[in-house]
Each structure stands twice: as C-alpha cells, then as structure tokens.
Write a protein that binds this ligand. Structure first.
Ligand code: SF4
Ligand code: SF4
Ligand code: SF4
Length: 335
C-alpha cells in the first residue's frame, strides 16, 4: 500500500497590473510595448488585468472587481473629460498602488497647453474655424444628443486640464514623454521585489538634468536666442550657452540625456527637479541670469526671440504650475 502523500501543486495568484490612458497621445502605452521581449518578463511576474490599448477589457470588468484588488495601476494621460475623471476614480478605488505614468499624468503634459485657452475657444477653433472643416451648420459636440435610435451621451470636456494627482491620490510619479524603457523596467522590478520607495516618490533622478549633462559649461553670457533649426550647435558645449533654450536647469534628470545625445535641447519632460515648484518660472530665471541685455530694447528683443513662450516654459507642466491655467471661467471653476 502506497502511503506517500500525493504532491499538490499550489499556484500562487500573480499580482495584477492595470494600464490606462486618459488624455494621452498613446506614446506612453507604446513605450511599454517598446520594452520588446522584456514585456514577457512583466507578464511572467504579473497578470495584466486591464489595458485598453492591447486587450479588449470593458469598464464593467473593472467595476466588478473588489476594491484594492489591482496591485499596480500605471495611469498615463492627463484628465480633461468626465470619462477620464470617472475612470481615474474607479481605478484608484480598485488599485493598491496608483502611478502617474508619463509627463501628461504627472504634470498635465501637452494636453494642459489647452489651459492657456478654454473649452469654448478650443471648440470654436477645432469645429468652426479650422480650414480642414466642412461644418457648414456650425454644429458643436453636445454631451446629450437625441438620435433616431435613442440618446447619444458623450463625456463632458472640462474647461481645465488636470494632473492625475489633482483628481485622485497617487503613490508614485514616473516622468518622461514617454518614460524611458529602463525606468519602466525599474518600476516593475521595484514593484516585483517589494522595494518600492516611500509613497510620493518620483522614480527618476534627484538631480537636475544639468547636473548629469557632460557638455562644457563656461558660465558664458548670451546676447541672442536661437531656435534649434536656425543654427547647428557645437555638440560638446552647453546648448543654453550657445543661445538655444535648453530646459536642463529647470528639469529633473534621469532620462539618460535623450535629447542632448541627439544634439537637441531638453524640452523639460521630466518635470521640475526637487525643490522647484514652478518649472517655467525656474527656466525664465535661468535664462534671465545668462542673457546679456543692457537696455529696454535689448530685453524687448530677447522677448521677441522667444517665439513660443507658453510652449517653451510650460510645454509639459502647465497643469502642475503655479499658473495652472490662463483664465478661470467662474461657472466652471473646479471642473
Ligand atoms: S507623456 Fe508624452 S508620450 Fe505619454 S501620453 Fe503624454 S504626450 Fe504621449
Ligand atoms: S542647459 Fe542643457 S546643454 Fe546646458 S548643461 Fe544643462 S542640460 Fe546640458
Ligand atoms: S532631455 Fe529633457 S525633454 Fe529630452 S527626454 Fe530628457 S528630460 Fe525629456
């Protein structure tokens, strides 16, 4: 008689990861796919329980989950509609750890440049004035439209774009447009090994990009600002000291100097470094400190040379800046 105890295979449930895109270009999701074969490592340590760009989950699948049943949520994109706000709140309730993934979720990103204008102006430009339009009736999108089949409901577009953390509690911030692959893999590894840092951490460098940049700096003053296409810069020297606006002094390091290695200036996608509240104000201050202007006329010329101040100083950080937006619409405050 065989008295040996039969082996019972116990399969431990893998942690669940959710990925979501809100007001986003899709680049953050593509960055996850760009981990190539490493994505199999991610799949081997965790089950992907929700990822609209790759797998056909529906919102009701998330609604049916117990609160806190998702272990890690990588949420990319800013919040600019009622749908995005609703899903952010839903995923927050279902997730143990919420990560603002990418510049748009962390700081508002490119969508938050919309905060320099307002919803009415965006609608007018996009649906009425844009030369590619054929909207002779002047129709604008409505949240509720009666059609023959019933009522068509669309999400409400908010007047103000928000960061993820302005809408729900967020444990970690992963900057970048999009986050570099090595940082994505680092996040997954920290999560898998239970070594995530204290809540509130930005998973990147604690230095400025300038601290990590090896270009030669001579504390040289400048008397002219160039746009990148107007000159071919010396690849060895600091771009700012060559008159090209580089956001390095006002940007957190950790991206691997991606743009600098292509001889292009930093645009600030890693957000402000520790201790800096407003990235744009910090950059204005850095430029003012090296621009040699001895008269009102020279200062006016400098201002003219900065062709796109909004996009230069707040390309990624408008929603998270002290400004937050250009104009407050009283009836829509807080939307
Ligand atoms: S951070 Fe960049 S790549 Fe990611 S969604 Fe925003 S614009 Fe796209
Ligand atoms: S301003 Fe730009 S180019 Fe100059 S040191 Fe800083 S990161 Fe490098
Ligand atoms: S150099 Fe600047 S803009 Fe380019 S990836 Fe790094 S932080 Fe982002």
């Amino acid at each position: 008689m065989d008295l040996s105890v039969p082996m019972v295979e116990v399969k431990m449930a893998k942690p669940g990861i959710a990925l979501y895109w809100a007001a986003s270009c899709g680049g953050c999701d593509v960055a996850v796919l760009d981990t190539n074969e490493k994505i199999l490592d991610i799949a081997s340590i965790a089950d992907i329980v929700f990822w609209p760009i790759a797998l056909d989950f529906k919102y009701h699948h998330i609604e049916e989950m117990e609160d806190g049943s998702i272990d890690l949520c990588l949420f990319n994109g800013a919040i600019r509609s009622s749908e995005q706000q609703e899903i952010a709140r839903l995923l927050r309730a279902k997730s143990k750890v919420m990560v603002a993934f990418g510049a748009c979720a962390c700081f508002g990103g490119i969508p938050a440049l919309g905060n320099f204008t307002n919803r009415a102006e965006i609608m007018r430009r996009v649906y009425l004035e844009a030369p590619s339009n054929a909207n002779t009736d002047g129709a604008l999108p409505q949240t509720l439209t009666k059609v023959r089949e019933g009522e068509l409901v669309l999400p409400e577009l908010f007047d103000t774009v928000s960061t993820l953390a302005q809408v729900v509690d967020v444990e970690y911030f992963v900057p970048g447009c999009p986050p570099p692959i090595d940082i994505i893999l680092k996040v997954v590894q920290l999560f898998a090994t239970g070594q995530l840092p204290p809540a509130g951490a930005v998973i990147a460098s604690d230095k400025t990009l300038c601290d990590e940049c090896e270009r030669v700096k001579n504390e040289k003053k400048i008397s002219r600002i160039w746009r990148p296409h107007e000159i071919i810069p010396d690849p060895e020297r600091c771009l700012l000291e060559q008159g090209i606006i580089c956001c390095g002094p006002a940007t957190r390091g950790g991206c691997g100097l991606r743009c600098l290695k292509a001889n292009m200036p930093c645009r600030g996608c890693f957000g402000p470094p520790p201790g800096v509240i407003d990235q744009g104000a910090k950059l204005v201050s850095a430029i003012a400190s090296i621009y040699q202007a001895n008269s009102q006329e020279e200062i006016a010329r400098m201002v003219r040379e900065i062709v796109d101040p909004a996009g230069t100083f707040y390309r990624f950080g408008m929603a998270d800046s002290l400004l937050k937006r250009k104009r407050i619409q009283p009836v829509e405050r807080g939307s």
